[in-house]
Design a protein around this ligand. Structure first.
Ligand code: HAM
Length: 429
């Protein structure tokens, strides 16, 4: 019986893993520059953590959660997003008594039962940040700056931030009523899904991607024109800060995002190279979420970017040849079982000096070993016969020049290191 991977999952192979590792390191380094510490929360949580926060009318909760009962009949979910679990952890670990703002970042796998397509998977990875304890627009600007710092460090040039404010508990209810009245008048032009969500979650109709709905809401009342004075000032100040920081953005009054916990600021960074799944990252402010999950009132803002999408894009415009090649520096080809232990000892010596080395573990002999060394793209073959073993020597063969020299085992490391330095100098000049 042969098995395939599950639909919507991916195998990341070594050539691509190197890029993931590089990106992860950059994300960590930049997070630390801004004072964010890494948090790791469990892969599964109680279902209520997401149902009460992401929203019981959201696509994630109604259609996409990997929901199951464990053997003790607890209702659990493979986490579909990071924010709710981190707020749960923030409360449970009493982070609210720490000096504010508390800044956390994460890199993790998430699970959504979505229809797979380019850039959309059922298991995917996000890097995200959450900043707790400040309601000031400067925190929104700080988080957005961090996101642009990352994108520019990774080589992105022309990405645009879409920005909106979706108000708060004061200004959203009257706006909602206005919007429902408008949508009822235009009901006939809306898709089936929007007709269903119109009464329960009318704001979601605004960012439906279907052309007929986009057209129907063109003249709908705008949330950014119906903000209360507090939200209006917050939004204006944020825009002022982004202007001062020269972060390019476009106001999109129809941007509402698909998770119910947001209020005031919401934003996304889009890329046309991603096809129909164009959001590279999304985030916003969620000042009411900690209370919903049983904690104290805690203003907070964050964002998450999809790592599959990020890596897909940077592979298109960045050359990755400079990253550590997967080929070994040296390959040890030896005579047979009698030379095996010595070959393993030599491999150990080289590895202790951070020289990547592989060897013939199957004792296939020097000729076969040499062939493998060439196929694996090793820079050097180390040839070890029984006579050489007795004399404490090896033959070091440079596989590009084909030159070879006899070398005492003790001199092997400095000789290889010298070769590598010379090679490095030549390739630099
Ligand atoms: P989200 O917009 O649902 O927000 O996801 C953020 C990013 O994750 C998306 O922009 C996309 O790049 C990636 N993503 C989402 N679903 C998939 C999928 N099925 N396959 C591949 N990539 C995907 C959140 O998750 C919020 N928790 C973000 C946040 C953090 N808001 C505040 N703090």
């Amino acid at each position: 019986m042969k098995y395939n991977k599950c639909i919507g999952t991916r195998d990341v192979l070594p050539e691509e893993s190197i890029i993931w590792e590089y990106v992860a390191q950059k994300l960590r380094d930049i997070s630390y520059l801004y004072g964010f510490g890494e948090i790791r929360t469990p892969t599964f949580e109680h279902a209520e953590v997401f149902i009460h926060s992401v929203g019981d009318t959201s696509d994630i909760v109604t259609k996409e959660m990997y929901l199951f009962n464990d053997k003790s009949d607890r209702s659990l979910v493979l986490k579909p997003e990071g924010t709710a679990g981190i707020v749960r952890a923030y409360i449970e670990n009493h982070f609210h008594v720490k000096p504010k703002p508390v800044k956390l970042f994460y890199m993790d796998a998430f699970f959504r039962y979505e229809r797979p397509q380019k850039g959309r998977f059922r298991e995917f990875h996000q890097y995200g940040v959450e900043l707790f304890g400040s309601k000031e627009p400067s925190s929104d600007a700080e988080v957005i700056s961090l996101c642009f710092h990352i994108l520019s460090e990774l080589g992105f040039k022309e990405l645009l931030l879409e920005l909106n404010s979706i108000g708060c508990n004061v200004c959203r209810p009257p706006y909602r009523e206005q919007l429902i009245a408008f949508l009822q008048d235009h009901q006939a032009h809306l898709c089936e899904d929007c007709n269903k969500r119109m009464d329960k979650n009318p704001l979601r109709v605004l960012d439906c991607k279907k052309p007929q709905c986009k057209k129907a809401v063109q003249d709908a009342p705008r949330i950014d024109e119906n903000l209360c004075p507090v939200c209006d000032e917050h939004y204006t100040q944020l825009q002022q800060l982004l202007n001062d920081l020269q972060i390019p953005y476009k106001k999109n009054p129809w941007l509402v995002r698909g998770l119910d916990y947001y209020q005031q600021t919401v934003f996304e960074v889009l890329s046309s190279d991603l096809g129909s799944q164009s959001a590279l990252l999304g985030g916003g402010r969620y000042d009411g979420l900690a209370e919903i999950l049983g904690g104290p009132h805690t203003p907070a803002i964050g964002f998450a970017m999809g790592l599959e999408r990020l890596i897909m894009l940077i592979q298109q415009f960045k050359n990755w040849d400079h990253l550590r090649p997967l080929s070994p520096v040296a390959y040890i080809a030896h005579e047979g079982f009698s030379t095996l232990s010595q070959a393993m000892k030599i491999a150990g010596l080289l590895r202790a000096q951070a020289i990547a080395v592989e060897m013939d573990l199957e004792c296939k002999g020097i000729k076969k070993g040499l062939e493998v060394a060439i196929k694996k793209g090793a820079a050097y073959a180390i040839l070890l016969g029984s006579e050489e073993m007795e004399q404490g020597t090896v033959t070091l063969k440079n596989l590009s020049s084909r030159n070879q020299q006899s070398c005492k085992v003790n001199d092997l490391i400095p000789t290889i290191q010298q070769h590598l330095e010379e090679h490095h100098d030549i390739s630099k000049s």
